[in-house]
Design a protein around this ligand. Structure first.
Ligand code: C2E
Ligand code: MG
Ligand code: MG
Ligand code: MG
Length: 281
């Protein structure tokens, strides 16, 4: 596109690219020391079970408090971490911190941790998880790993063996962003997922697009027939919640229930009777 627009424009785009790549390099250099400087932290977003109207667990979501740039969301640095290999160190930090935080919670709730494709390359990943669980003294069944379809596409072989090993260990695995990748049904048949998470784009469009509602309804009943759990992501309105309740969805997650909260806000959220009262049928 730049070429068609003439040489001047090419130059403009190249300068823009240069700046973007300098920015990226700077961010990359900063990220290298972020753990040591204690700039990374986790926030936690609850899963609400629609049968019991209770919180059954929290998803750990990574944040970076950059000293100059402020709060940076994962979409802006996970990619860099993957390219540079820093994701292994960061991923280990996330698992350890998530398990340590979970140790303070009631025993019947779980923590879910997101995984990058690159983490499946790391042969030591299982040992890392086992050690994190042991050090925090939490039972493996309380840890859930979230992976996406797209990562299975590129790393199916190594992913499958690690997923099976995780299950042997007693941990569970959820298929995140369900419906946005390819061959979802094949993966569901071949891999032992405990749960699927319907991508938030389906929940967002459900009330305005009847086709979308049909897909959500079918995925929920598919999960039921497969005897695995199903979570709807990105629930923002009471109407969406009502639909999901009618469709018999197991659990919901989204700003309507709660935004992600810092670790020290978790127990307060669990205590808040309002959560139960507000979302009771
Ligand atoms: P995800 O795992 O699908 O997480 C859900 C994202 O949706 C989170 O964004 C969450 O804050 C946001 N969200 C939750 N409820 C709502 C809602 O009602 N409406 C809307 N619009 N958004 C909602 P976040 O925290 O920015 O994370 C984005 C993605 O970054 C995650 O998507 C996950 O793929 C990745 N990520 C986050 N933490 C980690 C991590 O520790 N490791 C790795 N590898 N990836 C992570
Ligand atoms: Mg997730
Ligand atoms: Mg998701
Ligand atoms: Mg149920």
């Amino acid at each position: 596109r730049a070429k068609k627009a003439g040489p001047g424009t090419v130059c403009f785009f190249e300068q823009a690219d240069d700046k973007a790549s300098r920015d990226r390099k700077a961010l990359q250099a900063d990220l290298e020391g972020a753990i040591a400087r204690d700039e990374l932290f986790l926030v936690f977003q609850p899963f609400l079970d629609l049968d019991g109207n209770r919180i059954t667990g929290f998803e750990a979501l990574l944040r970076w408090q950059h000293p100059q740039r402020g709060l940076i969301p994962p979409s802006e640095f996970i990619g860099i971490a993957e390219e540079t290999g820093l994701i292994h160190e960061i991923g280990e930090w996330v698992i350890r911190r998530a398990c340590m935080t979970l140790a303070d919670w009631p025993v019947d709730i779980r923590v879910a941790v997101n995984f990058s494709a690159a983490q499946f390359h790391n042969a030591g990943i299982l040992q890392t998880i086992v050690q994190a669980l042991a050090d925090a003294r939490v039972e493996p069944h309380r840890l859930e790993i979230e992976i996406t379809e797209s990562m299975l596409l590129s790393k199916y072989g190594s992913a499958a063996s690690i997923l099976n090993a995780l299950l042997q260990l007693g941990a569970t695995v959820a298929l995140d962003d369900f419906g946005t990748g390819f061959s979802s049904l094949t993966y569901l048949r071949k891999l032992p997922f405990s749960r699927i998470k319907i991508d938030q784009s389906f929940i967002r469009d459900m009330l305005v697009q009847p086709d979308c509602a049909a897909i959500v309804k079918s995925v929920i009943s598919l999960a039921r027939d497969l005897r695995i759990g199903v979570v709807a992501e990105g629930v923002e309105t009471a109407d969406q919640l009502e639909y999901l309740r009618q469709f018999n969805c197991d659990e919901v997650q989204g700003y309507l229930i709660s935004r992600p909260v810092p670790a020290d806000g978790v127990l307060a959220l669990l205590d808040t009777k309002q959560v139960r009262a507000t979302f009771a049928a």
